[in-house]
Design a protein around this ligand. Structure first.
Ligand code: IPE
Length: 251
């Protein structure tokens, strides 16, 4: 059966966020194998986080200039494009050749919100062409704006009318105060009752709390499955719809 699968590959999965510009090639290979197989019968819309690439360059620019300017946009773009090309290069070994959707040439931020023209992405997916996008810097009315991979994932899910999306993270799911993984919950409960702490390593887009908050834009009834991307077998069973062995959030 041909399904559209929207999945965000968190930066902490493909890189070690405490090591700038690192890449976990073995994990990328194993995930590509899985995505490669899944892509034979489904259409993939994948989104990369910034990982220790995007977050590192933004951090460097902030340290040097105090704030992000629009002329920093292409500098950040180069880093993210290179990262996307490397990962897509590794995917090719598994016969997976997604069309890359570049947010810096399709999105901008003005008057407190961002707008993306993902028409090409939607038209491609409709024709069963796999796509890959990534968190990126975009031009805005207040200097470079960092559009996270989470925002793009939500945006794509809305435009593609998807009712279940996947987040690959470096943990087994969202933990409760005692450190136990919450298996199933509503977004409302999560936002009101659970203290969601930040992520480890460099993070310029606000850590886990901001990620969970970005889900509020999704259509009511959407399901979000958060799984450990460092455990490829769990990713495979989640994508194939057998079970979300992580945290399942009902929006
Ligand atoms: C960040 O995207 C993008 C840049 C820093 C350019 P995310 O916030 O989605 O990245 P991860 O998944 O946390 O690494």
């Amino acid at each position: 059966m041909n399904k559209i699968i929207v999945a965000k590959i968190g930066g902490s999965v493909f890189s070690d966020k405490s090591k700038p510009y690192s890449l976990r090639e073995t994990i990328i290979h194993r995930l590509s194998e899985i995505f490669g197989k899944v892509s034979k019968e489904n259409t993939l819309a994948l989104v990369l986080g910034g990982g220790s690439h995007g977050h590192a360059i933004v951090q460097e620019l902030l340290e040097k200039h105090g704030k992000l300017e629009n002329w920093h946009v292409p500098i950040i773009n180069r880093v993210m494009e290179k990262l996307a090309m490397k990962i897509v290069g590794l995917m090719e070994y598994n016969d997976l050749r997604p069309l890359i959707i570049h947010p810096h040439s399709t999105c901008f931020f003005a008057k407190n919100s961002y707008q993306c023209n993902f028409e090409v992405a939607v038209q491609a997916v409709k024709r069963k062409i796999h796509i890959l996008s990534y968190g990126d810097a975009i031009v805005s009315d207040r200097g470079a704006y960092i559009l996270s991979g989470d925002d793009i994932t939500v945006e794509l899910a809305l435009k593609l009318g998807i009712d279940r999306i996947f987040y690959l993270s470096n943990v087994d799911g969202i933990m409760d105060q005692t450190g136990r993984v919450i298996k199933e919950t509503s977004l409302n409960y999560l936002l009101n009752n659970i203290t969601i702490t930040g992520s480890s390593g460099i993070d310029v887009t606000g850590g886990m709390r901001k990620k969970v908050e970005s889900l509020t834009k999704l259509t009511k009834g959407t399901e979000v499955c958060i799984v450990n991307g460092l455990k490829p077998e769990i990713v495979r069973s989640a994508l194939l719809g057998t079970r979300c062995k992580g945290t399942l959030i009902h929006v």
